[in-house]
Design a protein around this ligand. Sequence first.
Ligand code: FAD
Ligand code: N01
Length: 531
Amino acid sequence: MTRELDVVVVGAGFAGLYALHKLRGLGLAVHAFEAANDVGGVWHWNRYPGARCDVESLQYSYSFDDPLQQEWVWSERYAQQDEILAYLHHVADRFALRPLIAFGKRVTSAHFDPAADRWHVHTDRGGEVTARFCIMASGSLSASRLPDVPGIETFAGQILHTGAWPRDGVDFAGKSVAVIGTGSSGVQAIPQIARSAERLVVLQRTPNFVVPARNQPLSGEKQAAWKAAYADYRAQARQVGTLYDFSQTPALSVSAEAREAEYRRRWELGGVNFVHAFSDIMTDPAANQTAADFVHARIRELVTDPKTAEMLCPRGYPLGAKRICVGSDYYETYNQPHVMLIDLQATPVTAISGDAIHMADAVLPVDVIVCATGYDALTGALAQIDIRGRHGAALSAKWADGPRNYLGLMVADFPNMFIVTGPGSPSVLVNMVVGIEQHIDWIAECIQHLTRTGASRIEPEPDAENAWVQQVNEAAAETLFVQANSWYLGANIPGKPRVFMPFVGGIGRYRAICDEVAASGYAGFQITSGD
Ligand code: FAD
Ligand code: N01
């Protein structure tokens, strides 16, 4: 039997849960499909040792409900995965969201019927729903990727991806373990795996800049003070994403000593704040180099073997142009005698066999391979769904040369479909919970507007879409972000078009643009009552 809904939501992470709560509150018939067997999204899937947020817990949380933010108690500056997952379970229970979610069902297709102005949505476990609106809350970092190494499927030991970690955990004791990948996930997992593995080999293709987290228990006083001022902090976060200490001073306008002192101060405080030490780190290559030099010096100080230290020093791309990593004891881990670093640029992996990784000049017997090899980011989860718009054309065909949309939110020829924190929005460049709340609030207001005015269809005008794509590209071109082979650009996926996907202009500016569009009666959108 086909169920008829107002809104169907794909995904039950931070975005899907808030969408369900918000839209049900408006009296809409709303339902979600979630591929996992429970809520949580990223925090359900990423159970690898060391997984935690790197936006402070007090900020990496919902702001939509004051009693929730007042009552929930965070235990650490940066909450661990299990605590964030417990928080999301609490949210699902507190707001009675579970009955609105079908778990263990992966959406395989979403087709728009222009005659009825409805989306028809199917899952891998059968059943169909139709809905006036479809919200893709399927995640920007949810389509995990194993490396394309010949023979990987023949490995007889355990092969794991950080983004699909076994629920019961993994026992590394007495094992010889290889970790492939040194992005944020690898940087968090490597020191933890080193604690129990008998032997750990890290296979590094590109070294990353890693700043110390300086994680610590969150004191009652700090938490109380923050909660007393939550309204003000959340209002600020809506403009900037995360409340970092944003410097207004260009790096080269101060003496070398003053610069060093500021970098050192931020290094000691820990976290992503380091990148905001000067105003031009992400726009002026010379300024950026001063920050990179500082980190290189710390690596040489922290890593005792000079050859290993040099291998760990990132070169050839600006600091921050690949997502900066936040680690705990990351560089120090390489001082342990049972930990070895291999530079894949010098000795690439050629194959994987039943019990070993084969390099150009060596064979590495291993029991476990941990792939911290990342995601088909921003577009990957959407590409896995057969999404067909007004004329039956596929979204994947429309996006063959890179994603195109208006405000990151909607796609021309795909009416009534909203994308949450996808390409063309600030997305992964800001505190994502802030971005998610902004998107869902805007979508809810838009649906209310259509309902109030008796309209059945909204979609971007092609000109507005083209202008937005250009604005996203121009904003990125003014920064150093485009100078690295990062997943922001799709560079980690062979054959993926090289387009800088997120909007780099900041959440405050983006929010103002979206609000202005809505206030003007949805300029740039066609609103109609069907064909
Ligand atoms: P997700 O949490 O990815 O949820 C999407 C859900 O959709 C998943 O549960 C998935 O199973 C489901 N889904 C996907 N496709 C389908 C389908 N076809 N059918 C049914 N279900 C589907 N961001 C920050 O701002 N700060 C941080 O500190 C931070 N830390 C992170 C740490 C890790 C390890 C990772 C991987 C990401 C981190 N992020 C962080 C980014 C993170 O993606 C967001 O913060 C946030 O969790 C995204 O929530 P979401 O609901 O949009 O997507
Ligand atoms: O993935 P990544 P991630 N052979 O793509 C390497 C968020 N996050 O899961 O750089 C060998 O960053 C690849 O090498 P290279 C955060 O936004 C946050 O670590 O492509 N190596 C790289 O080193 C983050 O940015 C936290 O040359 C291969 C690594 O694998 C995003 O999620 C924690 C390879 C992948 O790094 C993704 O992070 C975790 C191959 N075939 C995640 N393929 C926090 O701390 C890839 N690599 C908040």
